[in-house]
Write a protein that binds this ligand. Sequence first.
Ligand SMILES: NC(=O)c1ccc[n+]([C@@H]2O[C@H](COP(=O)([O-])OP(=O)(O)OC[C@H]3O[C@@H](n4cnc5c(N)ncnc54)[C@H](OP(=O)(O)O)[C@@H]3O)[C@@H](O)[C@H]2O)c1
Length: 259
Amino acid sequence: MSTTTIALVTGGNRGIGRSVVEALAADGRDVIFTYNSGEGRAKEVVDAVAAQGRVAVAVHLDVTQPASFPGFADTVRQTLRDRWDRETFDILVNNAGIALHTPLGATDEETMDRLFAVHVKGIYLLTQTLATAPEGTAPLLADGGRVVNTSTGLARFVTPPYAVYGAVKGAVEVLTRYWAVELGGRGISVNTIAPGPVNTDFDGGYLRDENLQQIFSGLTAQGRVADADDIGPAVAALVREGTNWITGQRIEASGGFRI
Ligand SMILES: NC(=O)c1ccc[n+]([C@@H]2O[C@H](COP(=O)([O-])OP(=O)(O)OC[C@H]3O[C@@H](n4cnc5c(N)ncnc54)[C@H](OP(=O)(O)O)[C@@H]3O)[C@@H](O)[C@H]2O)c1
């Protein structure tokens, strides 16, 4: 049986999730990560992790399809057995996410439902599937494990048109605190990482705009805009040995944006 720490990262094929996967691998962890539409980029990440001397396995998951979660859990279970001779994994990083614009006067129900489906219902039911189990069976997330949920600076400060996105991320922060209590008896710590603006494909890659970068740099204590590799290592640090007593917390990784 492998004694390597094994993480599961949602949305690990690009952006912040990819950086999390690679930072965990750099810390000597093996990783199961998910992709939704980007299978090609998932293969690149598998190869990049192999080049780091660790194992990564890519599995398809659409977090808006809860009916698929039991099947996803079966795939994770089988992967753990086949690759590591294990029944459990150790670290869950709920990272997958989208942004949609929601000005108060021009937001329809479908847009709201989509944001809720990805950031609240999806995270809730996926974590339920992976971290808990019916009486008499063992959960896939090991006792003593870790959960990191991804929020955003937009749950602290206000930047229209992100009201609903900010609100559902606020819900993620509340779930973090509840789960810290609900899973705490098993020695599982649960925390939120809250990035500020990060230059990824997120929201159509809006932060590639150089004028916006200049404005945001001026609002940031460290005087620049983040890229994904400012966040992945922060998540890896949050789940390192010796940090398990930190739980129920919101850690903002924003370079001091709008403080
Ligand atoms: N970038 C920022 O400024 C920023 C700031 C604060 C917080 N965040 C949060 O950080 C997380 C990652 O953002 P990012 O910047 O890395 O975004 P990104 O580059 O757009 O990547 C989004 C990731 O989420 C996955 N995903 C999207 N919808 C999904 C679905 N329905 N089911 C499963 N996976 C899905 C994508 O998979 P595919 O590629 O396969 O579609 C991709 O891996 C999100 O939760 C986001 O809200 C981002």
